[in-house]
Design a protein around this ligand. Structure first.
Ligand SMILES: [Zn+2]
Ligand SMILES: [Zn+2]
Length: 338
């Protein structure tokens, strides 16, 4: 049995209309490794579908995430955008709607050509539509319990000033900290380091939850049943560990079936990360590799195995192996082990 069928069987038994979520934070150049997440999500979706279930795959683009620093591939004038949401930063080439679109569009094109059937959802739209309002309200009311969970799971000292929600300063456009005791639904006040005193409405895109809270809040909003994610989130004390306690104890929902996946290494370069400019992007991978071969490369090994992506001779070997497998499949010579 293929690993995707094993996961699909578990999900199908627990949910009538299963939902699989996957996502990306397009704060920089997106690499071929992120395609693994999309392909993993799609393989589970199609496996659940083949069990006769009405299943949906959503792809969340975290367009409300802040730019954390000016990466080397960004021009010096981007220094002034650090701390702002990437959907409100201009696109570096001038051809896209904003920074988030600039970096995610080539990737979405790649995902599309791989035959991934997903609904694209922009996290910034969810905030603007007030979808997070209920969860944000809960985080103000249960802030002490959240601090305790983060302390217990991560083993770090409890931080009494921890802010699960960060208002966006209406003057300088950067995320800042709320003044907790001014909170009264739907407003919270803030004093920004820029000198501005303002008020944020949690029903609008006036601020966002931090990642550790935003992730389980999405599980509640969508009723997520399964989610593939990079192994960095799966580390002990990491955001899945805290999320799986925050989901039931703070938001009253069950966490999704976790599908952590290993990273994709570029042969001779090492692990790919979006803060590095010099790597193979999702689109480069598509240009160099036929979609069916790329799908095969990602799906032939379990998700917990690392993949060496070799854009040179190794890729030709994979293409040959794919051709042999395809031939074996159609001549009914393949065995379960293959
Ligand atoms: Zn652009
Ligand atoms: Zn400010």
């Amino acid at each position: 049995m293929h690993w995707a069928d094993v996961i699909a069987k578990d999900i199908a038994e627990r949910a009538e209309t299963p939902l699989i979520a996957t996502g990306i934070s397009p704060t920089g150049i997106i690499h071929v490794g992120s395609l693994r997440e999309a392909i993993t999500g799609e393989s589970i979706r199609s496996a659940v579908e083949s069990l006769g279930k009405d299943v949906k795959l959503i792809y969340l683009i975290d367009s409300f995430d802040p730019l954390r620093r000016r990466y080397d591939f960004l021009p010096p004038e981007y220094e002034k955008y650090v701390g702002m949401p990437i959907c409100r930063i201009p696109c570096p080439c001038g051809k896209h709607r904003n920074y988030a679109h600039h970096f995610v569009q080539p990737f979405l094109d790649a995902v599309d050509s791989l035959g991934v059937h997903c609904e694209i959802i922009w996290t910034s739209d969810l905030y603007a539509q007030g979808k997070f309002a209920e969860c944000i309200d809960i985080t103000f009311k249960k802030r002490q319990e959240i601090i305790n969970i983060l302390h217990e799971v991560s083993g770090k000292e409890p931080n009494p000033n921890y802010a699960p929600y960060e208002p966006l300063c209406e003057k300088c456009g950067r995320y800042t900290k709320p003044i907790f005791d001014t909170y009264k639904f739907p407003y919270v006040e803030y004093d920004c380091p820029c000198g501005h005193h303002g008020k944020a409405d949690v029903r609008k895109d006036d601020g966002k939850l931090t990642w550790r809270l935003e992730w389980p809040a999405k599980w509640k909003i969508f009723g997520t049943n399964a989610e593939p994610f990079g192994k960095d989130h799966a580390a002990a004390g990491g955001s899945y560990d805290t999320g799986k306690r925050i989901a039931p104890e703070i938001f009253g929902v069950e966490p999704p079936f976790p599908v952590p996946y290993e990273f994709v290494q570029l042969k001779g370069v090492g692990q790919m990360h979006k803060s590095l400019g010099c790597s193979v992007t999702g689109l480069d991978a598509i240009r160099m590799t036929p979609p069916e071969v790329l799908n095969y490369l990602f799906l032939r090994v379990p998700t917990n195995r690392a993949i060496d992506y070799d854009s040179g001779m190794g890729l030709l070997d994979i293409a040959d192996e794919y051709d042999r497998m395809e031939l074996a499949f159609f001549t009914k010579e393949f065995t379960e082990a293959e």
